[in-house]
Design a protein around this ligand. Structure first.
Ligand code: ZN
Ligand code: ZN
Length: 149
């Protein structure tokens, strides 16, 4: 059994691979994620850049997040599927979308962020810690604190 994961876009021109399981998986209900998702939120996995590889052409759309950090969202220029993002505020990490996974059960969401922006029809699992906007500080710490309360 491999500890990593593979993924691809809808047309198969782009393939993703990680040699490690995600450090963190989070639902993000921010407006940018909603508009780029096809639904109410994106589900992002976080993996170290050095464990991550991509084959095929990826196009990027870059835009400042609320934090002011530039977020670059990679997608397949042939079929439009979202693939992964980078965040200038979190160098060394990449954020593949759970939608790309060949085995979608690899994603184990641990937190919902920008929960205050979720539309009423995009239900948040009450078992998940939910943060109104972005957690301040280390998200792992926020998850641990919420789980303890
Ligand atoms: Zn494609
Ligand atoms: Zn977002």
């Amino acid at each position: 059994m491999s500890s990593g994961f593979t993924g691809s876009c809808l047309c198969g021109a782009v393939k993703l691979e990680s040699t490690v399981t995600p450090v963190l998986t989070a639902h993000c209900h921010c407006i940018d994620c909603r508009k780029s998702s096809g639904s109410g939120h994106c589900t992002h996995m976080m993996v170290p850049e050095q464990a991550f590889s991509v084959s095929g052409d990826v196009a990027f759309f870059s835009r400042a997040a609320d934090s002011g950090n530039i977020v670059s969202r990679g997608f397949c220029p042939a079929c439009g599927s979202p693939l992964y993002s980078t965040n200038a505020g979190m160098p060394g990490m990449v954020f593949p979308r759970a939608s790309c996974l060949d085995d979608p059960e690899i994603a184990k969401p641990a937190i919902a962020v920008y929960a205050s922006r979720a539309p009423s029809w995009d239900h948040i699992d009450p078992a998940l810690p939910a943060v109104a906007e972005m957690p301040q500080g280390d998200p792992q710490q926020v998850i641990a604190e919420k789980a303890a309360n």
